[in-house]
Ligand binder design. Structure first.
Ligand SMILES: [Zn+2]
Length: 62
């Protein structure tokens, strides 16, 4: 009976901090690409809208 050993490879636990290069905001989500390993990840642009935080600040100030 053969034993299959799974070796962790890139994508599981990267040994580096991803250096995300993020596209210009083009909607609610931007795609970032790691310049080191090429992994892609979606970033939400909620900061651009800022509704959530703004409302919360106003509520606390009131
Ligand atoms: Zn990376």
């Amino acid at each position: 009976m053969a034993t299959l050993t799974v070796t962790p490879t890139a994508g599981v636990k990267p040994d580096h901090f991803h250096r995300w290069r993020i596209d210009e905001p083009n909607g609610p989500v931007s795609t970032g690409v790691c310049r080191v390993c090429g992994t892609t990840k979606d970033f939400k642009n909620w900061l651009a809208d800022g509704d959530f935080i703004t409302n919360e600040e106003h509520r606390m100030a009131a």
